[in-house]
Design a protein around this ligand. Sequence first.
Ligand code: ADP
Ligand code: MG
Length: 220
Amino acid sequence: MVIAQCKNLIKIYNGTQDFRALDEVSLSIKQGEFISVMGPSGCGKSTLLNILGLLDEPSGGEYLLNTHPTSQLSDAGRTELRRHHIGFIFQSFNLMPRLSVLENIALPMRYTDMPRAEILPRARELAKRVGLENKLNSTPLQLSGGQCQRTACARALANRPSFILADEPTGNLDSRASADILRLLQELNQNGMTIIMVTHDSKIAAGTHRTIHMKDGKII
Ligand code: ADP
Ligand code: MG
């Protein structure tokens, strides 16, 4: 089952000189896949992920999410879809520094209509799933990079997304923590989660099902 599909996506950033960051990118993502995206810096990887994540809109082409076109959505509609369908993991973790691990994981659920009483129990269960049951009350500054990224992985799962987008999730981690996060993502994938991950590391990419190579805004 195809859950996300890009058809001839174009992204032009307008500036003093227009820049074509995506040049007719077509891609189908099937339920259960673990895809890595590689390519030199500036080739459009983050631009593609931002469009897949409804954080940005293409200048041309169409992006279908669960077969629904996304081009006519209102901002509120995009936010709602993003909240319920997409989990994000970033290179720099993007955790709230003053919130505990438990509250960071719970945060996305607080923006939904999930019954209040279910939020912390689910956050606890997710923390356990990523091996942080002993760090629930720690704040990000008290954690290693690998533990921060585990927290971010649990947070990405909070609203039971259709897929997870990870933009260089191991980019700030040493090789041991990187291998550890790759194992965690593989485990989530084996349990059914679809994952699209940008990486510079061919060893990390080798741990996924298929690798997409990009250059100059195109898939090659
Ligand atoms: P990658 O993630 O592969 O390193 P990006 O998708 O971030 O590449 O960027 C692709 C190209 O688009 C780069 O040349 C970058 O400078 C340019 N770019 C990215 N975001 C913007 C923006 N908001 N405004 C103008 N140019 C941008
Ligand atoms: Mg990038």
